[in-house]
Design a protein around this ligand. Structure first.
Ligand SMILES: Cc1cc2nc3c(=O)[nH]c(=O)nc-3n(C[C@H](O)[C@H](O)[C@H](O)COP(=O)(O)OP(=O)(O)OC[C@H]3O[C@@H](n4cnc5c(N)ncnc54)[C@H](O)[C@@H]3O)c2cc1C
Length: 447
């Protein structure tokens, strides 16, 4: 089927970037003809799962917030901010936000073609040969008067062929492809000679070498530090979430942005220089902790569980000390975590058992120091299935401030398809709205 219309704007992808571009343009120019082609059977499939279902829609410190807020207000979507500037719709529902945007698209008369997967895009130049060919193919009434404009041809398989004066590629990146973004936009960008920096999974859980299965599903607050070759390269305070073989949670996802394999053939050894160090006592009052630990130690003494200086075989002594440490830490952390810490603590041979007997204060200080530096060795990063966003993508140096291609007039990119580095906390969606709004505004000024 050939659509007998020359659109003002065709958008590939009904994610936040594509939808904000369409709505911005239609608010500015209600008569503009805008078509969105979306391969899923719903719009905003990824948007609907954001922010653990609450939709962390933006961040007050993103640099785009005021402009984005004006857009949200223009469509009647109310927002509030909480800790660290994180912004949410007041409904706190990602699904309802998606449905709301869909209603707005329909009200603004944006044409939507769902279950339509674009397979190819090309540029018809304004040369006479192309014009003649388009005329012969009867694609639309030729009012193709502006000599320096391009016409884009967008194909969805063999069934559908559409023409447009402007094209926005808002296909997202490659993360969580089940939700629609399978990297098609990178292929389209390359096909029109745009520079695409190699995409990689970003904001991912970190796979751990050590056996952390006993901590599965546990959430612990603290300071997470990333060391590379013993040098601190990232630190952040927040909550880490343990999984069977990996660590997740916002602080870990942000930290993952600084972990890069060094290209060794053996994947595990290519992460060898990296260590994650967790200090789960970061927010504790250490003097208070010392008093708590001292009190518990004296309970042990009273029960006669401490064996004084009586010599015992090293292995038995090791188990005894670990049991004492686990017991001491149970008042501070979840029991399983206390046990993990005690079981994995470096006891440095007989020295610890010696100080445990001789010097209570030194023993407590030793435990605190160890707990403040829990090491987790990195096996790698989780891949595209778990990545919240895509690193790499369409190089911004080939786009102007409206995200229009510097090489091909009328071609725009917006959202995650662009190489833009942002941490968790609403910053990724912020950039999607921002780039979509810029594109809609720029086209609205041109037509
Ligand atoms: C689990 C999860 C939670 C997240 N939570 C947050 C959060 O709280 N805050 C935040 O800021 N960011 C969050 N993100 C990141 C954020 O959701 C994305 O960065 C954002 O959705 C990208 O928007 P986009 O419009 O660029 O692309 P997408 O939302 O990926 O939309 C692109 C659309 O293009 C369509 N498409 C692709 N190829 C084609 C084609 N060939 N033809 C037709 N259609 C096509 C896709 O089906 C898709 O609907 C989260 C991501 C994940 C995975």
């Amino acid at each position: 089927m050939m659509k007998n219309e020359l659109y003002d704007l065709v958008i590939i992808g009904a994610g936040p970037a594509g939808m904000s571009a369409a709505l911005t343009l239609k608010k500015k120019k209600p008569d503009a003809s805008v078509l969105i082609l979306e391969k899923n059977d719903v719009v905003g499939k990824k948007l609907a799962v954001t922010g653990n279902g609450r939709c962390n829609i933006d961040n007050a410190t993103s640099g785009f917030y005021n402009e984005n807020l004006a857009f949200f207000e223009s469509i009647g979507l109310s927002i509030f901010t909480e800790d660290e500037g994180r912004a949410y719709p007041t409904t706190e529902s990602a699904i309802q936000t998606r449905e709301y945007l869909l209603k707005q698209l329909i009200e603004c008369k944006v044409e939507l073609m769902l279950q339509t997967e674009v397979t190819d895009v090309s540029v018809c130049s304004h040369c006479d040969k192309d014009k003649e060919e388009l005329k012969l193919r009867g694609a639309f009434d030729m009012d193709f008067t502006c000599e320096d404009s391009n016409i884009f041809c967008i194909k969805a398989g063999k069934k559908l062929q559409i023409y447009s004066r402007n094209l926005l590629v808002a296909t997202g990146g490659k993360s969580v492809s089940l939700l629609g973004s399978t990297g098609d936009g990178f292929k389209f960008a390359k096909s029109v000679c745009h520079k695409v920096n190699p995409p990689y999974p970003s904001l991912t859980p970190v796979k751990i070498v050590d056996d952390i299965s006993s901590l599965n599903k546990m959430r612990i607050r603290g300071k997470l530090m990333l060391y590379k070759d013993k040098k601190l390269i990232h630190e952040e305070v927040g909550q880490v979430q343990f999984k069977q073989k990996s660590i997740s949670g916002i602080v870990t996802l942000n930290t993952s942005m600084d972990i890069r394999p060094d290209g060794k053939a053996d994947l595990e050894s290519s992460y060898a220089g990296y260590v994650l160090v967790l200090n789960p006592m970061h927010h504790f009052d250490i003097k208070h902790i010392r008093r708590c630990l001292k009190a518990k130690l004296s309970i042990l003494e009273d029960k006669g569980l401490s064996n004084g200086a009586k010599p015992v075989p090293v292995r038995e002594e090791d188990t005894r000390i670990r049991n004492i440490i686990s017991y001491l830490l149970e008042g501070l952390f979840p029991v399983q975590f206390a046990k993990y810490v005690a079981d994995n603590m470096n006891l440095a041979g007989e020295k610890v058992s010696q100080i445990a007997c001789d010097n209570v204060t030194e023993f407590i200080n030793y435990i605190i120091r160890q707990v403040q530096n829990l090491e987790f060795h990195i096996a790698g990063l989780e891949g595209w299935k778990e990545a919240q966003t895509t690193g790499g993508g369409v190089d911004q140096s080939e786009l102007n401030s409206s995200f229009q291609s510097k090489n091909i007039k009328g071609l725009y990119f917006a959202g995650e398809i662009i190489d833009y580095r942002a941490k968790c906390g609403g910053y990724n969606l912020s950039f999607c709205w921002h780039s979509g709004i810029k594109v809609g505004t720029a086209i609205g000024e041109l037509i």
